[in-house]
Design a protein around this ligand. Structure first.
Ligand SMILES: [Zn+2]
Length: 70
């Protein structure tokens, strides 16, 4: 498996649905390739961040109190 294949499968979500052989190949690639390891971590962090951001957007916010010291 090459970096391009790995990244494509990861970002397209195909890796989750892939068979055992592909998942083992992906795992082996992560073991030998620190770039894809870092990318996988960043991708997971990004997903978490976007998820948290979505929750944040759905939560109504109370505006901060106006300062009344004029
Ligand atoms: Zn790689």
């Amino acid at each position: 498996m090459k970096c391009r294949d790995y990244i494509f499968q990861l970002t397209s979500g195909q890796l989750e649905d892939a068979g055992t052989v592909t998942q083992i190949a992906a795992w082996q690639h992560r073991m030998i390739c620190w770039r894809c390891r870092a990318f996988t971590r960043n991708d997971a962090a990004l997903q978490d961040m976007l998820k948290g951001y979505g929750d944040h957007l759905q939560t109504p916010q109370t505006p901060p109190a106006e300062p009344s010291d004029n």
